[in-house]
Design a protein around this ligand. Structure first.
Ligand code: ADQ
Length: 459
């Protein structure tokens, strides 16, 4: 069996299943694939050095080799904070207004991709399968090919691929997409992204595109383009839900909400997650249902992220203001309708919070998939499940149309859906939950990585 080489911006050292420590499903799934195939995980260490040396930090943890490199401060500023998070992230989440294009960002991005390729290239063996992840490394496959790699190379994008009309706002968009045609397999989260990518290739590049099979032929190269919706490590997540930490978190939430109907939101603090719009919709629900204020509690958990980028600092202030305004107008000495918590929690505790909540409110303005929606469903009590209100603009909506799907830009619609969720009869809640849980339990992260690796190996 050929080795699997996973490449991503950051490397999350995978522990064996069940080992202590907060591990995302992705790290666990990739970890088990790497263990099986005696593979290696390559990426940036997260450390900054004065001068790039290409020195490899090699570790072997539970049969998985991780190889990381340190980057220069300028690399981090231009490649990571710059091109990845200030140019590509906003544009790919349809925020053309927030995207910044600077030539130093673009140069830094190309330089770091080249540095990745130059350090990784010599480690490759002839029949290694290479799996590159996410928007930080779009051109890596092409850089590896330029260094002589003839391996099968696949790429998976965790965020949405934007429509052609938006992508063309990116300077040198053509050059970027052309580098991607050096992959053998390109995976997206949903069909919408696949369609957008194929339309771009056909209309902007004049490539030969077969919409039915997702094959793109261009100047002698042939690339397969498909959707591979990511899922949860379902068993592991449920197992965590049986822990003391999880039970205590649920009890804490239930007793502190004192029989009020709990609405929960859990999102990284990011403008793509639609948090100000969500707060406005909750405020509107309270305005339209004043008698419900005393019976309802909205808890939003949102840990800060990417604080080196200004737009991320601004959103934090906006939310503090909004939460203050909504609470200021409606609080009593013993009652505060919104609790806004600016920190993350271990997954086991999140499980308890989800389970205590009558409504899961997941309303990103755009999202590649959104695993919180799936975690909320997985955590419910099958006898008395809560209701998921989900943005139609999350990749998850393609698979989860038994949720109450909403347009997150419409306060009216979200407010109405909150009301419908809170009042939904038990039969309907069970019926919807069963269908949703079926999807979440079967379309797991294990299946996702297996499908991708099989397609790469066999294609
Ligand atoms: P993210 O944008 O980070 O990921 P998401 O999928 O919602 O978005 O969350 C990933 C994980 O972070 C979840 O397991 C969640 O529990 C955790 N998380 C979120 N908020 C948290 C909090 N307050 N405390 C602790 N943990 C929290 C990107 C894409 C997504 C895509 C994933 C995976 O943007 O669209 O689903 O990658 O491909």
């Amino acid at each position: 069996m050929s080795r699997l080489i996973v490449v991503s911006n950051r490397v999350s050292v995978p522990k064996a299943r069940g080992a202590a420590g907060a591990q995302g499903g992705l790290a666990v799934a990739l970890g088990s694939a790497l263990r099986e195939r005696k593979g290696m995980w390559f990426g940036w260490s997260g450390e900054e050095v004065d001068e790039f040396t290409g020195h490899l930090n090699l570790q072997n943890i539970d049969g998985v080799t991780t190889a990381t490199i340190d980057l220069e401060a300028q690399d981090v500023e231009e490649y990571y904070n710059g091109y990845a998070n200030r140019s590509l992230w906003p544009l790919f989440h349809y925020r053309v207004d927030l995207a910044e294009y600077r030539s130093d960002f673009g140069k830094g991005y190309e330089r770091v991709n080249e540095r990745f390729a130059q350090t990784l290239g010599p480690l490759l063996e002839e029949d290694d399968l290479i799996w590159v992840h996410d928007y930080h490394l779009l051109p890596l496959g092409e850089r590896l090919r330029a260094g002589g790699a003839e391996n099968k190379i696949g790429f998976f994008l965790h965020i949405p691929w934007p429509p052609r009309n938006l992508l063309v706002a990116l300077p040198f968009h053509e050059r970027l997409v052309l580098t991607m045609l050096q992959y053998d397999l390109i995976g997206f989260q949903d069909e919408e992204s696949v369609d957008s990518f194929l339309a771009y290739c056909r209309k902007e590049l004049g490539a030969d595109v077969d919409e039915d099979t997702g094959r793109v032929d261009y100047r002698g190269r042939s690339v397969s383009v498909r959707s591979f919706p990511i899922g949860l490590d379902y068993e592991e997540f449920l197992e965590g839900g049986k822990s003391g930490a999880s039970r205590q978190a649920e009890q804490r939430m239930l007793s502190s909400s004192r029989h009020r109907k709990l609405i929960i939101g859990v999102d990284r603090l990011d403008y793509s997650k639609g948090l100000p719009e969500k707060f406005d919709a909750v405020g509107r629900y309270f305005d339209e249902n004043p008698h419900r204020v005393k019976e309802t509690l909205f808890v939003q958990v949102a840990p800060p992220s990417r604080q080196d980028v200004t737009t991320y600092q601004q959103i934090r202030e906006t939310l503090e203001q909004k939460a203050g305004q909504i609470n200021g107008a409606r609080s009593e000495v013993d009652l505060v309708p919104i609790r806004y918590v600016n920190r993350g929690y271990p997954r086991q505790e999140l499980f308890g919070f989800y389970r205590a909540a009558h409504v899961g409110l997941v309303t990103p303005l755009r999202d590649g998939m959104n695993l919180v929606a799936k975690e909320y469903i997985a955590a419910q009590d099958e006898e008395d499940p809560g209701v998921l209100v989900l943005s139609r603009f999350a990749g998850a909506a393609e698979q989860m149309d038994d949720a109450l799907l909403v347009n997150p830009y419409s306060m009216e619609e979200v407010s109405r859906a909150i009301g419908q969720a809170i009042e939904m009869p038990l039969d309907e809640r069970r019926d919807r939950w069963e269908k949703l849980n079926e999807v979440v339990a079967t379309e797991t992260v294990e299946k996702w990585r297996q499908n991708f690796v099989d397609a790469l190996a066999g294609g």
